[in-house]
Every structure is written in C-alpha cells, then in structure tokens.
Write a protein that binds this ligand. Sequence first.
Ligand SMILES: [Zn+2]
Length: 85
Amino acid sequence: MAHSQCCICGNSITERFWVCEACERAYDLKRPFPEWPEWARYLQRDEATRRRRRDHEVQVIPVSLLDRAERAQVDRLLYGEAEDD
Ligand SMILES: [Zn+2]
C-alpha cells in the first residue's frame, strides 16, 4: 500500500486519511471535511495534489478547481483503484 502523510504534521498515515490521530484531536478535525477550518482544508488540498501527482504523474488537476461532486469522483477514482489488489 502507498504511504501517505498527515497534511498538517507530515506523519506517516494510512492512505484514506488526511490527518493523523494526534492532529485530528488537536485541531478538532474529527468531522466532515466541509466543516474543517479554511487553513486545514487548504493543507488538505495541498496534500491531495501531492498524492495525485505521486499516483498519476502526468495528470494534475488542482483540487481547488473542482466542486464537491467532482472531488468525490476523484476520490472514488483514486481509492477505487486501491481495491484491485
Ligand atoms: Zn498530524
């Protein structure tokens, strides 16, 4: 499985999470992504871009240009592939 980083502190975490448990507790992020504070969503978008670039080196679409439905599609694309192995 691919290794991913906590988008806040850089700790190694499971691919399907954006922040580690410590940051989740510290910054009260155990809630739906749209309710995250703006700075945290900014870091998440940054990390999403980094992961997508890592997984698909050629195709880079800024997540900030996607609406929520499109973002969900991207998530399905990214994480759907992981079920193949
Ligand atoms: Zn963290």
